[in-house]
Ligand binder design. Structure first.
Ligand SMILES: Nc1ncnc2c1ncn2[C@@H]1O[C@H](COP(=O)(O)OP(=O)(O)OP(=O)(O)O)[C@@H](O)[C@H]1O
Ligand SMILES: [Mg+2]
Length: 343
């Protein structure tokens, strides 16, 4: 078994912290997609199942992984993260599995890998989609047999590790494009967790703003009260490509420049105030019987108008400019929409 040789080389994240607070950020949000995530976390925490978290950058994959770990029975054991995309290919194998003395040039002493460090706890394989193809085979074997050898070693080492993987790319697509092994994907994807982008749960934005204001007020000993209604509206209309991290960074920056009162619309960066490009992606499969052309065109027109009105904060003149329509034409179209919805 070799457990006695498991010597931590770095201080792993532990359940207890100085102030008795958990060592991870709380998950904020009461939108239906977030409620589903909380339910899922509660259901899976105490199982040892492998989990694959997918979500755009900044959607909270790492916080979710930590939440699952600390809620699990392994919560007082180490949570060991490794970013598969940030470590050069040549080093990743020994980072994961460790190496014996003399295993390669520069290996002057034996080194323990992250799998061994995570013994009893959870290994968080971040950016799993970036894992080089040859290493994917080795990882598959560990997941199947919970056993591996250190680089340059011959002895099999057994570990008891729960694996949580995360990716900001679509892993199914990576499999189709043959960048990721199908068998490994199925091994990892026992429980898929899909984190919604912030633009799909905009009702959480005010809660998140309040949370970050409180957090940074405490940190900076500031007394910022909040955002003016028009500033909040701008944040609600923005599409947040960097998701929660982008919102968090913005709040931190705003508090640096203003420590009390309300943040106004003019205090916000230009990028947020400018209407954003949104190509309104068209994604659908043609059904067997074909599509209803006129209905779909009308639906697209409606979505386009709705989108422009949202961006224009309901100012028809601005929306008309976004659409390159005469204001009167837009008004006519809006009237027709109203009539349709009233019927
Ligand atoms: N639901 C949430 N409530 C509060 N804070 C959150 C939430 N989700 C994420 N955060 C915060 O947003 C930041 C980004 O989260 P995290 O690092 O988990 O994202 P990620 O999905 O791993 O991003 P990346 O793909 O860029 O690594 C962190 O500071 C985290 O605490
Ligand atoms: Mg991350």
């Amino acid at each position: 078994m070799g457990d006695e040789r498991i010597i931590p080389v770095e201080e792993p994240l532990q359940k207890k912290t100085i102030k008795g607070k958990p060592p991870f950020e709380p998950l904020i949000g009461q939108s239906p997609p977030m409620k589903r995530i909380y339910e899922l976390i509660d259901k899976v925490a105490d199982t040892d199942s492998t989990i694959l978290i997918e979500g755009e950058s900044g959607t909270g994959k790492e916080v979710v992984a930590k939440t699952i770990h600390f809620k699990s029975l392994r919560g007082d054991k180490p949570f060991i993260p490794i970013n598969c995309g940030a470590i050069p290919e040549a080093l990743l194998e020994s980072e994961l599995f460790g190496h014996e003395k003399g295993a390669f040039t520069g290996a002057t002493s034996f080194r323990i890998g992250r799998f061994e460090l995570a013994h009893g706890g959870t290994l968080f394989l971040d950016e799993i989609g970036e894992m080089p193809f040859p290493l994917q085979v080795k990882l598959l074997r560990v997941l199947q047999e919970r056993e591996f050898e250190r680089v340059g070693g011959t002895r099999s080492i057994h570990v008891d590790v729960r694996v949580i993987a995360a990716s900001n790319q679509n892993m199914e697509e990576a499999v189709t494009e043959k960048r990721f092994r199908k068998d490994l994907f199925y091994r990892l994807n026992v429980i898929p967790v899909a984190l919604p982008p912030l633009r799909e749960r905009k009702e959480d934005i005010p809660l998140l703003i309040a949370h970050f204001i409180q957090k940074f007020n405490e940190k900076r000993q500031a007394k910022l009260e909040g955002l003016s209604p028009d500033a909040e509206k701008i944040l609600m209309n923005y599409s947040w490509p960097g998701n929660i991290r982008e919102l968090e960074n913005l709040m931190e920056r705003l508090i640096t420049f203003q420590q009390d009162g309300l943040i106004g619309a003019s205090d916000l960066p230009d990028k947020l105030r400018r209407p954003q490009e949104n190509p309104l992606p068209l994604q659908f499969e043609f059904p067997d019987g074909g599509v209803q052309f006129s209905e779909l065109v009308l639906e697209f027109e409606n979505r386009l108008i709705q989108h422009a009105m949202l961006k224009a904060n309901d100012v028809k003149k601005t929306a008309a400019r976004l659409l390159n329509l005469k204001r009167t034409t837009l008004v006519q179209k809006l009237k027709r929409r109203e009539n349709l919805t009233l019927q």
